[in-house]
Design a protein around this ligand. Sequence first.
Ligand code: NAD
Ligand code: MN
Length: 362
Amino acid sequence: GSKSTIGLIPADGIGREVIPAARDVLEAVAPNKFNFVHLDAGFEHFQKTGVALPDETVERLKGECAGALFGAVSSPSHKVAGYSSPIVALRKKMDLYANVRPVASPVGATGTPIDMLIIRENTECLYIKSERLETLPDGTKIAWADRKITETASKRIGRMAFRMALQRGAIREARRARGETVAWEGKPRVTVVHKSNVLSVSDGLFRESVLSVRNGEDKAFKDDVDLEEQLVDSMVYRMFREPHKFDVAVAPNLYGDIISDGAAALVGSLGVVASANVGDSFVLGEPVHGSAPDIAGRGIANPVAAIRSAALLLEHMGLDAEATRIHSAVDKVLSEQAAILTPDLGGKGTTRGVTDAVIKAL
Ligand code: NAD
Ligand code: MN
C-alpha cells in the first residue's frame, strides 16, 4: 500500500533520545510503511530562533502527516518574554480535543493487573484560564475563575469514550479468541467522572451530555457498553484501592488531569506512561513525562513511554495489529528482562538496549 507520513517532533531534552527510539520501533513493526518527517519545536528552538512553534511545523503536520509523535518540552519556571509552550499551542491549533491516557500494567501497585484508559477533555473547563483578581473595600483580595463546559465538547468526548470502549472490547475478544488470558470480564465499561451532586449546572451538563450520547446515535453505545458514574473524589479513592475495576474513564479537563497523573503512580515510572492527543482528523502521540534535564544526554532515558505513544498513534490510525504487537513486545520486555531496564525502573540498561529488546520481541 501507499506510505503514511508521520511527523516527528523530538523537541527538548530526552525527547531527542526517546523519539528516535520510537521511530526505530515503528520502522521495525512495519518496514517501509512510513515516511518520517522531522519537525522543529521547543524551548531550545526558541532560544536559537525566537520561535517555539514554527508555522512550518504546523503547516506540514496539517498538509503532509497522517499523525505525529511529540517528545517533550522544557518549559522554564520563570516567565520568558515571547515564549509559550508549543505543545499547548499544538493541541489548540490542531483541535486535539481529547487527551487519551492508557494506564496499564500486568502487575500494578495493588498486585492486580491494571488496564484502564483515561479520556480527558482537552479544550475547556477551568483551563480556559479566564481568571480575575478583585480587591475588596477592606483591601483583601478575591480571585475568580470561570469554568466553561459546553454540550458540544462534552458530547464529543463522550462519543470518543464509547467508541474507544467498544474498540477495547473488540481487541479483548480477539485476544481471548487467540487463547490469551484477558483479565477483564464482561462488557466494556465507561465510567463518567463528575461532581454533579455539588456542581449541578456545570458538571450536570457534562454528565447529561455523556449520558445523552449513550442513549442516542449509535445503538451499540447502549447495548454493548456498561455505564457507571463516579464522583471525582470517590473516583480517586476507588482507583487507588481497586484500579482493576476500571475500563474507560471519561472526565472534564481538570478532573481528568488530576486522576490521570494519579493513575500513573499505580504503574511505576513516568518513563512508561504514554498519551495521545486526539482530534477528529489528527493524532499526536506524546509520552507523559517531560524533558528530564537531570538525565538528558546520557542515553539512559526510558523509551517505553515514547514507544507506547507510537503504538497509540497506530491504534488511532487504524493499525491495530501493529499497535498490539508493540504493546505485547513492551510488556514482555518489562516483565521478563529486568536486567536490561533503565535506571528509573531499577535497572542498569540504556535507551538503546531497551529499544533493541523491544524490536527483538516484536
Ligand atoms: P520530568 O518528567 O521531565 O522529570 C521528572 C523525573 O522523572 C526526573 O527525575 C526524570 O529524570 C524522570 N523521568 C522522566 N521521564 C523519564 C524517562 N523517560 N526515563 C527515565 N526517567 C524519566 O518532569 P520535571 O522534571 O518536572 O520537568 C522537567 C522539564 O520538563 C520542565 O521544563 C517541565 O516544564 C517540562 N515538562 C514538559 C512536559 C511536556 O512536554 N508535556 C511535561 C512535564 C514537564
Ligand atoms: Mn498533568
